[in-house]
Design a protein around this ligand. Structure first.
Ligand code: NAD
Ligand code: MG
Length: 297
């Protein structure tokens, strides 16, 4: 792994490439059980005050892309509230410590976002403990897979939509009265939302929905000076993969990207910083592809 993510170098060779060791976890997964462990920027991300004084809520903040985003936000000067599932408490506490190490305030918010009331409570506790909210990064997601329509089960689609789509509406509704001009809402789509794999239909439709919601909400909130943007990652080395993808597929994970390797969570964080910061003032409704060279449109 590269010592310094800011040193110009060949990005294709910058981070681990397949083949990977076969590995399987049960959801929601643990970053420390991954071989190799993902890079969330713990030792690599250096901030420069781009989000100084901002107050952020990040969902899925214990691991993967959300963890990398929470670390980056803190190092860029933001206080960060961390939303995650109760069984991820130990990982979330590590992120909270990294936020505090950056000199910022961390708020720990365990809870299942498939429940509407939990979404409202997560926002209210954020506002109460941070004194406001101006960056809402909705990154949590699930990816249960079925290969064939013959195996389709209603409960799978219910779970995917409840976890991946409903919190967009519930969190944003709860946050709305607190958001001032200059606030940003961030979403996490996927390359799957644009180029679906045959075996990921329920997940892919949710990720297409997230990009679509991003476009709709950006127009709705433009008159209030609130921007809404998203990121569409390609394959990223996070616990989502061994938790939801069959063991044998992990070995070649990321080989389908033009780079031939998966992204590391830390490679997603700068896009979530850019879209949250005022430097992207004229961008709203956009979903940026961070896919290792594979086009999404
Ligand atoms: P991850 O498993 O590390 O993070 C997902 C997080 O979602 C979990 O840590 C958990 O805290 C949270 N979550 C799941 N269900 C929840 C619920 N019911 N209530 C509250 N929180 C819940 O994996 P990741 O890859 O970092 O995933 C982050 C986002 O990135 C997801 O939306 C995922 O769809 C998206 N994504 C990932 C990839 C990839 O290859 N890893 C590619 C494209 C998009
Ligand atoms: Mg997790």
């Amino acid at each position: 792994m590269a010592d310094n993510m800011y040193t110009p170098q060949n990005p294709v060779e910058q981070y681990p490439q397949p083949p990977f060791e076969p590995q399987q976890q049960s959801a929601p997964g643990d970053v420390h059980a991954m071989k190799p462990e993902p890079d969330h920027g713990e030792t690599s991300y250096v901030g420069s005050g781009r989000l100084a004084g901002r107050k952020a809520l990040v969902t899925g903040a214990d691991s993967g892309i959300g963890r990398a985003t929470a670390i980056a936000y803190a190092r860029e000067g933001a206080d960060v509230a961390l939303s995650y599932l109760p069984e991820e408490q130990a990982q979330a506490e590590e992120v909270a410590q990294l936020v505090r190490d950056a000199g910022r305030t961390a708020v720990l918010l365990p809870g299942d976002l498939q429940d509407e009331q939990t979404n409202a409570e997560v926002v209210e506790k954020t506002v109460a403990e941070l004194g406001g909210l101006d960056i809402l990064a909705i990154i949590a997601g699930v990816m249960p897979t079925v290969d064939s329509i013959d195996d389709f089960e209603t409960k799978t689609l219910d779970h995917v939509l409840k976890a991946n789509i409903y919190p967009l509406f519930w969190l944003t509704k709860a946050a709305s009265p607190h958001l001032e001009p200059g606030a940003s809402i961030l979403t996490c789509s996927s390359i799957q939302g644009f180029q679906p794999s045959p075996s990921l239909a329920e997940y892919a439709v949710s990720k297409a929905g997230i990009a679509n919601w991003t476009r709709a909400m950006a127009q709705q909130l433009a008159e209030r000076g609130i921007r809404v943007n998203g990121v569409a990652p390609g394959p990223v080395w996070t616990p989502l993969q061994p938790a939801f993808v069959p063991n044998e597929k992990i070995e070649t994970f990321g080989s389908e990207a033009a780079y031939g390797r998966p992204g590391q969570p830390v490679e997603l964080a700068p896009s979530f910083v850019f879209l949250a910061s005022q430097e992207s003032s004229y961008i709203s409704g956009e979903t940026i592809a961070v896919t290792g060279g594979t086009p999404i449109h």
